[in-house]
Write a protein that binds this ligand. Structure first.
Ligand code: ADP
Length: 162
């Protein structure tokens, strides 16, 4: 059983994340898409909200598990018996940070490989920050996120304006 971990902030999950997830599902028997709790980012959606949106968005994939973790990614990989970490590479701008993380994680645990997957070109300019910003300014996010996320964004923006 080949297990991969797809870690991130997923604030919120976008069609770009799902594109990468789908590619990973074709390579591994099981993929655990998981929220890194110890990120320095201050998310718009709570952990519970993000998990719920992820669960809803990945419903079509029976091989996918949704989770959240604390601590080092390599320790989480050990615990889950994962052989790989999946990350998305959109542009050169992602590369430097991702290379540093991948090499450090390999130093910490040489048994886990980081696998980089490239999304469809149409998602190369997409990230959660831009999606949150468009939603906040009243723009249409239909092409960028699953319907359940679009609904949640509208609700969140409304609640913040109150
Ligand atoms: P992080 O805080 O770990 O960067 P994100 O939720 O922003 O968390 O991203 C998680 C992973 O998904 C990262 O590997 C990122 O490069 C990838 N990713 C995010 N958006 C896209 C996209 N539009 N296309 C491909 N990969 C993406």
């Amino acid at each position: 059983m080949k297990i991969a971990i797809y870690p991130g902030t997923f604030d919120p999950i976008t069609n770009g994340h799902l594109d990468i997830l789908e590619r990973a599902v074709n390579l591994f028997d099981r993929v655990i898409i998981t929220i890194a709790r110890n990120s320095s980012k201050r998310p718009l959606f709570t952990e519970e909200e993000r998990l719920e949106l992820m669960r809803e968005a990945v419903k079509a994939f029976p091989q996918v598990e949704v989770d959240a973790f604390d601590g080092l990614l390599v320790d989480y990989c050990r615990k889950k018996k994962a052989i790989a970490v999946v990350r998305g590479l959109r542009a050169i701008s992602d590369f430097e940070y991702e290379l540093q993380m991948a090499l450090m994680n390999r130093k910490l645990n040489p048994h886990v490989q980081t696998v980089f997957l490239m999304p469809n070109e149409r998602y190369t300019y997409l990230n959660s920050t831009i999606v949150r910003e468009i939603a906040r300014l009243g723009g249409d996010v239909t092409d960028f996120v699953p319907p359940v996320v679009k609904k949640a964004l509208t609700k969140k923006v409304k609640s913040l304006k109150k």
